[in-house]
Design a protein around this ligand. Structure first.
Ligand SMILES: Cc1cc2nc3c(=O)[nH]c(=O)nc-3n(C[C@H](O)[C@H](O)[C@H](O)COP(=O)(O)OP(=O)(O)OC[C@H]3O[C@@H](n4cnc5c(N)ncnc54)[C@H](O)[C@@H]3O)c2cc1C
Length: 474
C-alpha cells in the first residue's frame, strides 16, 4: 500500500511516499527539481580516515564528549591500511622546531605509557636515532640552532666524535680519502654523530589498534569501512531551502558527507585523510595547502652475511644492543634495524628531482627497484660496505603529506576539522594531534598533551598559525 502525504514548506512542495520524503523546489512559481531529503543518518561528528591520525582523533573526541554520536569511516576495509602501514614506523623527538619537539616528545611518552602501564605492546623499541654528520654539516648554523632548541626543550641528545663512532660502528667507512667514486657522488665524510636515546621504532598496526579498540569501547556507533567519501556536503547556514543555494551572500557550512553509499550528516566532519585531503577540500574552495611526495622502503635481510649481523648487533647505543635508526650524511639515505626479521629497512628522503604531487595516486604506491639499485644502494654500500651485494627481499611505497613549514595542520573551518600535513612524521605525532583536534572541537583555548604540557589549540591552524619552520625532515 502506498501512503502519500503532500505539504508545502517555504517555496517547496514536500511529497512523502511511505515515509520517504521528496522535495519539489519551486522558485518564481515554477517547479525546478526533485530530490530525496531527510532520509540521511545524522551524527554529531563523522571522522573520515582511520589512519593513525583519524583513530587517535576519534578516540579523544569520544573520550571527552561521551554523549556525542561519533562515526569513524574509511574507504579501506580496516583501520590503518594506508600510509600508516607504509611507514618506517620510527619515532623521534629530535626536531628543530619547538612545536614538533612538543608534539613528538609528548606522543612518545604516551606510547611508553600505553606499552608499560596499560600493557598494550606497541613493540616500541628504543633503538635511538643517529645522525651521521660531516664536519661542515655539524658546524652549520641550522644544526647549531637544532641542538640549541633541543637543549632548551630538555630533549636528550649526545654527540659522538669520529673516533668514538669508528669504535662503536666498526662497519662504518669514515674515510673517503682518494675514493673517486665517493667524490663523484659528492659523499661527505662522517665526522660526528648526533644521537637521541629516547627515539626508536614501533609497530604502527599495534598503535592504530590501541586507539581503535579504545574508541570502540566507548563509542555508540560501529565504525564503517569500505565507505568512500566522494564529496563534502556544503550547505547554506542557515538553509533557506532555495534551489541553487548556497549563494555567495549566504554563510556556508559542511553538514556531512556524500559517500558512494549515500549521504551522512554531521555537525562536524573531521578530515584525517592525509595525502588525499585536497580531493575533498578543493571542490568546496578550501585551500588545504598540502602536497604529496612519494616515499619508498626496501627490506634487506642479514641472512648469512656476517657483516650485516655484526652491524645489526653493534653495542653501546642502547639496551637492545643494536644499531640505531641511522641517517647518512649524504643523499638523504637512512636505515632502521628490524630486529624480528634480522634485517634493515632502507629509505631515502630525496629532495630535488622527486616530484611533488597534489594528491597521492595508485602509481605512488609502487616501489621502484631501479631507485634502490641506482640511487640508494651506491650511497649505502659506500658508508657501510656490509651492504655490498645485498638485494631487497621486499619493498613498498607510500606518500608523505607535506605542509609548507613541515609542521602539521589542525584547523576547524566551516564545519570541517582537518588533521593532516604531518610531513613524514604522523605516527610519532599521532597522540598530540588527536588531543589538539579534540580541544578545537570542544572550543577549548588550549589542548592538554600527555604529561600535562599545554599548547594553544589554534597553533596548528592556517589562520592563527604560530609555529617555527621545521628543518629536520627525513
Ligand atoms: C615510506 C614512508 C615512511 C614513513 N616513515 C615514518 C616514520 O618513520 N615515522 C612517522 O611518524 N611517520 C612516517 N611516515 C609518515 C606516516 O606514515 C604518516 O604521517 C601517517 O601515516 C599519516 O597518517 P594519516 O592517518 O594522516 O594517513 P593515512 O594512514 O594515509 O590514513 C588516511 C586514511 O584516509 C582514508 N581515505 C582517504 N580518502 C578517503 C575518502 N575519500 N573516503 C574515505 N576514506 C578515505 C584512507 O583510506 C586512509 O586509511 C612515513 C610514510 C611513508 C610513506
Amino acid at each position: 500500500m502506498i501512503r502519500l502525504e503532500v505539504t508545502w514548506a517555504a517555496a517547496n512542495l514536500i511529497l512523502s511516499v511511505n515515509g520517504k520524503r521528496f522535495r519539489w523546489a519551486c522558485f518564481s512559481g515554477s517547479i525546478t527539481e526533485a530530490f530525496i531529503v531527510s532520509t540521511e543518518e545524522t551524527f554529531d561528528v563523522i571522522v573520515v580516515g582511520a589512519g593513525c591520525l583519524g583513530v587517535s582523533t576519534a578516540y579523544y573526541l569520544q573520550k571527552n564528549s561521551p554523549d556525542k554520536k561519533i562515526l569513524l569511516i574509511d574507504r579501506t576495509l580496516a583501520a590503518g591500511q594506508s600510509n600508516t602501514a607504509m611507514s618506517a614506523a620510527a619515532v623521534r623527538n629530535m626536531f628543530a622546531s619547538s612545536t614538533n619537539q612538543l608534539l613528538t616528545d609528548t606522543s612518545i611518552k604516551y606510547f611508553e605509557y600505553v606499552q608499560n602501564e596499560l600493557g598494550h605492546n606497541l613493540f616500541f623499541e628504543k633503538t635511538g636515532y643517529l645522525w651521521l654528520l660531516s664536519e661542515e654539516q655539524f658546524n652549520h648554523e641550522s644544526v647549531k640552532l637544532w641542538m640549541e632548541r633541543m637543549k632548551k626543550s630538555g630533549i636528550n641528545f649526545k654527540i659522538y666524535t669520529k673516533d668514538e663512532l669508528k669504535k662503536m660502528l666498526p662497519g662504518l667507512n669514515a674515510n673517503f680519502a682518494g675514493d673517486e667514486e665517493a667524490e663523484l657522488m659528492h659523499l661527505q665524510e662522517v665526522s660526528y654523530g648526533l644521537f637521541g636515546s629516547d627515539c626508536g621504532v614501533l609497530d604502527p598496526t599495534r598503535l592504530v589498534e590501541h586507539y581503535f579498540e579504545e574508541f570502540k569501547k566507548i563509542s555508540h556507533i560501529k565504525p564503517r569501512f569500505g565507505l568512500e567519501v566522494k564529496k563534502l556536503l556544503l550547505e547554506a547556514d542557515p538553509k533557506l531551502d532555495l534551489p541553487g543555494e548556497p549563494f555567495v551572500w549566504q554563510n556556508k557550512k559542511v553538514n556531512g558527507i556524500i559517500t558512494d553509499k549515500g549521504t551522512l550528516r554531521a555537525d562536524v566532519v573531521v578530515l584525517a585523510i592525509g595525502a588525499w585531503t585536497n580531493q575533498l577540500l578543493d571542490p568546496i574552495g578550501i585551500d588545504g595547502m598540502t602536497k604529496m611526495k612519494k616515499r619508498q622502503l626496501f627490506v634487506i635481510h642479514a641472512e648469512d652475511k656476517k657483516e650485516l649481523h655484526d652491524l645489526l648487533d653493534v653495542k653501546g647505543f642502547n639496551e637492545l644492543g643494536c644499531v640505531p635508526f641511522t641517517i647518512l650524511p649524504s643523499a638523504g639515505v637512512y636505515f632502521r634495524p628490524q630486529l624480528q626479521e634480522r634485517g634493515f629497512w632502507i629509505g631515502c628522503g630525496d629532495t630535488i628531482g622527486r616530484a611533488y604531487k597534489y594528491i597521492q595516486t595508485d602509481e605512488d604506491m609502487v616501489p621502484e627497484s631501479a631507485y634502490y639499485e641506482n640511487s640508494m644502494y651506491p650511497v649505502l654500500s659506500k658508508y657501510f660496505p656490509a651492504f655490498q651485494g645485498a638485494r631487497p627481499v621486499n619493498s613498498w611505497a607510500g606518500g608523505y603529506c607535506y605542509s609548507p613549514d613541515r609542521i602539521p595542520f589542525v584547523y576547524l573551518e566551516y564545519g570541517v576539522l582537518v588533521v593532516n600535513g604531518a610531513s613524514g612524521s604522523g605516527i610519532m605525532k599521532a597522540d598530540a594531534l588527536g588531543r589538539i583536534a579534540d580541544a578545537l572541537y570542544r572550543g577549548e583555548a588550549e589542548a592538554e598533551l600527555y604529561g600535562g604540557k599545554k599548547i594553544p589549540a589554534k597553533t596548528l591552524s592556517i589562520k592563527d598559525r604560530n609555529v617555527e619552520i621545521e628543518s629536520v625532515i627525513i
